[in-house]
Design a protein around this ligand. Sequence first.
Ligand SMILES: Nc1nc2c(ncn2[C@@H]2O[C@H](COP(=O)(O)OP(=O)(O)OP(=O)(O)O)[C@@H](O)[C@H]2O)c(=O)[nH]1
Ligand SMILES: [Mg+2]
Length: 230
Amino acid sequence: MKDLTLIIPAKNEKESLPLVIDSLSNFDVNITVSLKENDIETINAIKKYQKINIFYQSGTGYGNSLYEAIEACETKYFCIFNADGSFEKKDLIKMYELIKSNDFVYTTRYENPGGSEDDTLITFIGNKIFSKLGNILFSLTITDILYTYLMGNTASFKKLNVRSNDFRFCVELPIKMKIYDMSYKCIPSYEFGRIAGIKKVNAFKDGFLILIEMLKLFFSLKLFRKKIIR
Ligand SMILES: Nc1nc2c(ncn2[C@@H]2O[C@H](COP(=O)(O)OP(=O)(O)OP(=O)(O)O)[C@@H](O)[C@H]2O)c(=O)[nH]1
Ligand SMILES: [Mg+2]
């Protein structure tokens, strides 16, 4: 998988990130950790890994760390891979097979044999609502829209001009991809609990921002693009 780069967004992940990198040692992939230059503790925790590429995001936030690193990515494919040990690495093989004939491959915790050790009642309900909204407003068939364990064709991503600096990235990407008629598949995956460190998402604040973003994209992009197509 030499033409694949795992993009690892990291913020204060000094405990988990080295364990995640160790766990990937059997995978022949490129790894880029995307973080802020002042996240000294996380940087020091991964200095010993010679083969890891460290990317310093110029702005702030989860989405910013992702779109900047993916746009700088030089391999044909990328995969977003969290620094907290929650993603099932075995699924990289299946995603890699599918990405060869698709623009994006998503994962879902809500189809068998997927599942989650980390979902709370609030995040479960939020995900169900946002996935349903994605289905109603944009005809997306992704059943776990906020679970951003996904692989993509780097050139396809670059066409979308994704610019959410925060967790709105999680919906901006699939919605724009659908509006631009790109191809995608979705496979089940299992989410493990965080190894260490603390959660960066605020279910209520980020959930509200995501809702507004979905409505904004619906009115600005979907209706606007329909006019162009007609
Ligand atoms: N560079 C960067 N990375 C971030 C930022 N916020 C979150 N991350 C990383 O993005 C990934 C997802 O964040 P998490 O806090 O695990 O979000 P979550 O999976 O909803 O929360 P948990 O239930 O605790 O796992 C982790 O690897 C974080 O370190 C940020 O502002 N900047
Ligand atoms: Mg997590």
